[in-house]
Design a binder for this molecule. Structure first.
Ligand code: SF4
Length: 352
């Protein structure tokens, strides 16, 4: 498959004209500030645009600037993030905001290099912020840009391969509009999201590239882009406990690092325990069960791990482990329990 890199340069002008007529109206585009671009891009990393919009608006209403984000309590930040998942994004936003206040006078730095030194900001986000807010001619290379570019140029390289990605980045940096780099990146994002679709057939009839797009011309839209095989997810069994004592429920904080770091969770252990095993765990926590009943199963998929959970609901007596907190209904409502436990959170709410 011979690449037609020149097609990327041919796309720039019609792409911007298409964008001016068809761009999506989004809250972070109506009032553009580095802070709003940053928060929106972080939210959009793992969340669809339509799902992110209400979260973004709620977030901005409560935390309108870097200073407010830097000083918010972590538990409150998690509550604002509740339902978006991938909480490391919220933790990194928090740490980065504190760094921006302490090291940059409360203003986001303007270059890709300086932005990338902040927690949670990689090549893509740094380029998006720098191009949209500071006019830097940096392509924000994400799945959308890679897909559009691979199809327009007829490139059969594996877009998950670092070398191939680097080549795309260089070609996109050459094609980007020097006067409107932010509009160029957003136009490519919009084209990828609304016309050159990832799943199903792309809507080529509406595309500003159809006159010269290699994939369209050669009937390769089903094949391109090429993606290497994903690593299979690791399955992990866990037993989750809803422990009730005198109208209060046990929760605890996860470790400071790793999966769902610092989040509040229901006590849980590795493995799929039968009732005898569950009673042993309770005893190890210093608890005696007055009643113990299974309360269903649930599955949650993280990027690299899949949790297969089994739950027990228990009325207990005793102290409980040192790191347990016993919360009443009002206290429970203040907490942001990760979406992974959604099923058990609903059950706990019913029981409190
Ligand atoms: Fe994608 Fe079709 Fe446009 Fe080519 S013509 S960029 S395949 S939508």
């Amino acid at each position: 498959m011979k690449e037609h890199w020149e097609n990327l340069n041919a796309l720039t002008a019609p792409l911007l004209a298409w964008y001016d007529a068809n761009r999506r109206i989004l809250p972070w585009r109506e009032e553009v500030t580095p802070y709003r671009t940053w928060v929106s891009e972080i939210m959009l990393q793992q969340t669809r645009v339509s799902a992110a919009i209400p979260y973004f608006e709620r977030f901005m209403a409560e935390l309108p600037d870097v200073g407010a984000l830097a000083s918010v309590r972590e538990e409150r930040l998690f509550k604002l993030w509740e339902g978006l998942g991938y909480y490391s994004r919220a933790r990194n936003l928090h740490r980065a905001a504190q760094r921006i206040v302490s090291d940059h006078g409360g203003e986001l730095p303007q270059t890709v290099e300086a932005l990338k030194k902040l927690p949670g900001i990689g090549d893509y986000t740094a380029s998006a912020i720098a191009s949209i807010n500071f006019g830097a001619p940096e392509p924000a290379v994400d799945g959308n840009l890679l897909r559009v570019a691979a199809r327009v140029c007829g490139c059969g390289g594996d877009i998950t391969d670092a070398k191939v990605k680097k080549e795309f980045r260089a070609r996109l940096a050459d094609a980007i509009d020097r006067d409107r780099p932010g509009a160029y990146n957003q136009a490519m994002m919009d084209l990828g999201a609304t016309v050159c679709l990832p799943n199903g057939a792309p809507l080529c009839a509406r595309c500003p590239a159809r006159g010269f797009c290699a994939a369209y011309r050669e009937g390769l839209t089903e094949i391109l882009p090429v993606r290497g095989a994903k690593k299979p997810r690791r399955a992990e069994e866990r037993t989750v406990f809803l422990l009730l004592r005198g109208g209060r429920l046990a929760v605890r904080r996860r470790p400071d690092t790793g999966l769902l770091a610092k989040m509040t969770e229901f006590p849980n252990v590795a493995g799929s325990l039968d009732e005898a095993g569950a009673l042993i765990v309770l005893a190890q926590w210093g608890l005696a069960a007055k009643a113990l009943v299974p309360c269903g199963t649930a599955k949650h998929i993280f990027t690299h791990i899949e949790w297969q959970m089994k739950g027990y609901l228990a009325e207990v007596d005793g102290e409980g482990a040192e790191d347990f907190r016993w919360v009443d209904a009002a206290g429970f409502d203040e907490l942001a329990i990760p979406t992974a436990f959604k099923k058990f959170t609903a059950l706990a709410r019913e029981r409190l």
